[in-house]
Design a protein. Structure first.
Length: 231
């Protein structure tokens, strides 16, 4: 009986040891994969090949509220016309690049108290060299951007939010947060590019519900939309 018990203990110990070894090996392989595919590793690999620039894909993000109607956005978020005056890329984590933008408001169409969003990612802390200091400025963090790493210009695309262009005006649906930071409402669905002739165009190729509302109900014109919001 003792022999059987001893054999059983040895078998169990062996199986546990093999299981732990398998887990350790799997963990090590995962760490190696993550290291090989980190932003810095990609930069080093391309530098070794003699490349000075590299484009990497960004994460696919399901932004909360992307299917919101225009009326929902107007009711729950502040609406401003603003243009980016400064930007700075940064590492969100080892695999992702983000960009902080400083926007200057040219027109506050409608200002709302910030609402709580338990599904929205935290905006993080902006770097000290791109702080918002004026009452008509705010900072906005978005996914994707460009960083110089290991001597290589690494650009990570954003799945649906294009890079904001200096000198261009945008209609933005946002929530104002403490310390001059804002959170974008509904991802790309809350961003419209404003042209000089009062025209609003969504920045995403997908036909979001809010985009269709602006086009069909307000003829794609900011002046008509403002009359609706401020009535």
């Amino acid at each position: 009986m003792r022999l059987k018990t001893t054999v059983l203990v040895v078998i169990v110990a062996t199986l546990v040891g093999l299981s732990l070894k398998k887990i350790a090996t799997s963990s090590q392989e995962q760490e190696k994969w993550e290291d090989r595919n980190s932003v810095r590793a990609v930069a080093r690999q391309n530098k070794a090949r003699g490349a000075s620039r590299v484009l990497i894909p960004g994460p696919i993000i399901d932004y909360p509220g992307m299917n919101s109607s225009l009326d929902d956005l107007c009711q729950n978020y502040s609406v401003v016309v603003a243009n980016p005056v400064e930007s700075k890329g940064y590492l969100v984590d080892s695999h992702n690049i983000g960009t902080w933008y400083k926007f200057r408001i040219s027109e506050a169409v409608s200002i709302k108290a910030p609402g709580y969003c338990n599904t929205c990612p935290e905006p993080g802390t902006p770097p000290d060299d791109i702080r918002s200091t004026l009452s008509n400025e705010f900072l906005l963090s978005v996914d994707g951007g460009t960083l110089l790493i290991e001597g290589v210009e690494v650009t990570q695309s954003s799945g649906s939010i294009p890079r904001f262009q200096a000198g261009e005006n945008y209609l933005l649906f946002i929530s104002f947060l403490p310390e001059g930071v804002a959170r974008l409402a509904a991802g790309p669905a809350g961003i419209f590019k404003l042209s000089d002739n009062d025209r609003l165009e969504g920045v995403d190729t997908y036909k979001h519900r809010a985009y269709e509302d602006v086009k069909n109900r307000f003829s794609g014109k900011l002046s008509i939309l403002k009359s609706h919001i401020n009535r």
